[in-house]
Design a protein around this ligand. Structure first.
Ligand SMILES: [Zn+2]
Length: 68
């Protein structure tokens, strides 16, 4: 998690993160907003979001995501 706030480039496309960063819904990648937009269009996005939601409800605040 420390890396999340200090890294300079998107884990997925390498873009500069100065315009915004967010945690991937599928894994622990730190990604740019463009990549987040692409994730939202992924057919499995809802499944990933639901899985994360379920994990948090069970008290797992460190859910690693459904993809490696
Ligand atoms: Zn990106």
């Amino acid at each position: 998690m420390d890396k999340f706030f200090t890294q300079k480039n998107c884990d997925r496309c390498g873009k500069d993160l100065s315009s915004g960063r967010i945690m991937s819904m599928f894994n622990k990648d730190c990604i740019c907003m463009d990549c987040k937009e692409k994730e939202r269009e992924d057919p499995e996005y809802k499944k990933a979001a639901d899985a994360e939601h379920e994990a948090v409800k069970r008290g797992n605040l460190n859910f690693p995501g459904i993809r490696k």
